[in-house]
Design a protein. Structure first.
Length: 162
């Protein structure tokens, strides 16, 4: 949807411009560059379980999201939300409105667990803040304009992240 379709909404230049995987990759690279800290062996098992669970949930989220979008025959490209041809509310979309973004958040969290460096845990927070502001909120404006009350009802039923 062009800016002319919503003249009262000022668009920030970063809105829907940088793909979420690029943001996650940049943050993951920054996490990797942090100095290594000693890891407490007593926490190794807990850290490993949380890390593995995060990675597995991440894979599950993205696979379930792609399957739901494919079944609905709508776009998977979040950089052009105006191309959505269907409002997908089934499958994993019953639990989260943004399973693919959640997938990347879980990857970053799992990687922070692997690094076990407290500043690394800031990256998932930065990712969530950036994606919410520059990707999710613009998508929501487009979907609300396109699907109206059906989308507003969906927003009331299902949380943005979890």
């Amino acid at each position: 949807m062009s800016d002319s379709a919503h003249p009262s909404v000022a668009r920030h230049p970063l809105e829907t411009r940088i793909p979420a995987p690029v943001i996650a990759l940049l943050l993951g690279t920054a996490m990797h560059l942090l100095p290594a800290l000693p890891v407490d062996d007593a926490l190794f098992f807990v850290r490993k379980v949380v890390m593995d669970l995060s990675f597995q949930l991440s894979a599950l989220c993205v696979l379930a999201a792609v399957a739901s979008l494919w079944r609905s025959r709508t776009t998977i490209n979040p950089l052009q939300p105006e191309r959505a041809s269907a409002l997908v509310t089934d499958g994993i979309y019953r639990y989260t409105r943004n399973p693919m973004y959640l997938s990347l958040l879980l990857l970053l969290f799992g990687y922070a667990c692997e690094l076990w460096n407290w500043p690394a845990f800031l990256a998932p927070l930065a990712y969530a803040a950036y994606i919410t502001r520059f990707q999710i909120q613009p998508e929501e404006r487009v979907l609300e304009a396109k699907f109206g009350e059906a989308y507003r009802a969906y927003k009331r039923r299902v949380r943005r992240w979890l």
